[in-house]
Design a protein around this ligand. Sequence first.
Ligand code: RBV
Length: 437
Amino acid sequence: MSDETYPPISAQLDDVAAAREEGRRKMDWALQHMPILSALREEFEAEKPFEGQRVGMAMHVEAKTANLVETLAVGGAEVAITGCNPLSTHDDVSAALDAHEDITSYAKRGVDDDEYYAAIEAVVDHEPTVTVDDGMDMVAAIHEDHPELIDSILGGCEETTTGVHRLRAMDADGALKYPVFAVNDTPMKRLFDNVHGTGESSLATIAMTTNLSWAGKNVVVGGYGYCGKGVAKKAAGQNANVIVTEVEPRRALEAHMEGYDVMPMAEAAEKADVVLTTTGNRDVVTAEHFERMKDGVLLANAGHFDVEVNLDELDDLAVDRYEARDGVEAYEMADGRRLNVVAEGRLVNLAAPIALGHPVEVMDQSFGVQAVAVRELVESAERSSADGGDPYDPGVHDLPDELDREVAEIKLEAEGVAHDELTADQEEYMGSWQHGT
Ligand code: RBV
């Protein structure tokens, strides 16, 4: 890239009008199934809580995310957004967002590294007062290259496990200079998005990309965190034989007690028909594993970054490499075995050519939490300037539990599900220690 400012998507597409129309259609469909965002949108439209705020975002730019973006804009924010993965953007949705007078979208599918970071830079140029990240790239860009903006930033929100992990490492180093909510860690996000969202969308995307069945396959799930649990459960539900690999003894035990086979990757590699990594770590599948794999094995990743399957080592071993199907790259070994990498080892449910990301309903929950987290950052700043109360200190923060509960209540009401409340006596009982036998 040159020094010129990176252009918004509208300046990069040939038929912007058609793209906008199609993007809007996708957003409308998703919004019909997003009761939480719809309710918050009504509230924000009436109360304009974000008036005067500039929100800078780096997320997967597709229809559900676009509805979050518009919800913030309807609440009075000016929003600038780009992608958080080079392959997950839907250009038509990006164009539909960019058509909004208070939104600028730089997200484009298939960008190279230079363009990816130039687009982040373009968002940072809007001088955000609030950041919303999926993976922490925006927070990193601001701290590394634009520390002068930090004083005017109220705080940030982080969507995913990997981003929260990076932020905690940054915080431990004393390097994180503004407060960030770990949206990922809330029950309304993690227990649904990571488990059901990753499980359903990864398996559906692999099946649709390859036209292959799960039934009777040996499916190796790398990592038994929340994402791994979801993948394992849904794969077992489709009649696969699930094998789990883990480094953490209690999680390995949990997987064992759930009835899955647990073994080291070196052993699992020989049995695998499919390997799907969900660890958040690098080099989970490497040369020693490739050497033992069966002809035709599928290799895919559902972790945030493309470092779990070591493609450099795979490339070194390969004598030939070709596109076997749209979204599937075959690496041919000297002995004739073909190892098939889905979606370039990037998070498969978002980066494959046909990928749509997580199902709408779970993203409604995750983005409902994002929306109330942004509202809390703005309100906490207003509270502290009004009464001198404490704003959030720099560092990683859990979202206050009552905000997560608020999102759950909206969803339950929309689903028509009623639930009990504690009586005064029950509350008193739960808060006391004197009542014994
Ligand atoms: N994710 N977003 C989508 N917008 O379709 N699908 C998944 C979407 C998020 C999910 O919340 C997860 O934590 C993160 O992507 C990983 O980058």
